[in-house]
Design a protein around this ligand. Sequence first.
Ligand SMILES: [Fe+2]
Length: 348
Amino acid sequence: MKNTLIKTIPYIDVKKLLAGEISPASFLNIFHKYGFAYLYNLDFDPLNIGTQQFKMLQSSAQSFFDLPLEKKMQYYIGASPNHRGYVPVSEKGAYGDEKIRVYEAFDMSYSLPGTSKEDHQKLRGENVWPQEISDFRNTCESYYNQMFLLGKSLLRIFAQAFDLPENYFDAYTQHPPAQLRLLNYLSDPRLNGQEDVAMGAHTDYECFTFLYQTSPGIQGDIHRDGEFINLPVFKNTLLMITGDMMHFMTNGYLRSLYHRVINNGAQRLSFPFFMNFDFETQVEVLPKFQDFQAKDYNVQQKLPEKIVVGQHLLGQLYRDFPYLKAKIDMGDWKVPFSIPKYNLFERV
Ligand SMILES: [Fe+2]
């Protein structure tokens, strides 16, 4: 397995970006060129994303994962009506390059009280919260809200870069399936010397992802040539990668970064937040990018004219979660569209 080192590290001072000292065009250009960037200088009003927040999230997540399996299973995602809660190691998705599953997770998303079964099946509703750990809920909710605010702020920068009104995307981010995952990669002696990956290669299904990690492990196919390059980890910094919806809207001008996680032997925590549009949002190629022809636009087949955000997401979760596949196959979870065989945005 090749472990190539990165040559250039794109980074963005978020305080300067939001103060207008970095132009939306140069922000866009970074993601066009690389498909990812490191966000730093995040600890200022009203974002306030800093050491304390990262530490608290890490500590809450560790306390939860330290609980006995039977306790954690009381919050099993498959028992929730709207895809929230604990994901055990046994909940292994269909990834050929991921032979031995070595991670567990806790998933939460936008909280919307009092929704119906139909809404639940559009991934709306409330989160589940373990009672065993004091402050778990507060810590996660506050981190979630900070990520969501950052997501909305950056969508405004993207809107300007796309020659759209600054608030163009506000209408599509009212209650989106924007998920925060707490991921615990376990150390597993069975993996020593194995050509196995900890999380199979994929693109992220949403607009973009903010990732905070305790140690390295993620690799990206940065040059779209099949070579996975190690992405380093920096303190108090978020790794941001663009996902499928940005790829689609920009006709491939922004790439959905194909990435995976490798085993490095040690336990590792990782916290991706996936910024997304509302479930029903229909995404189309934006006028600015109608004529753009990406050289390396090697998605698996011609893309449709429109994509419904939630349908794309559910179609991929079907592959990732055996419990959800079973519910959908049995008709317990209604999906009024056909489930794709693969993700259109992944490389061949
Ligand atoms: Fe990912």
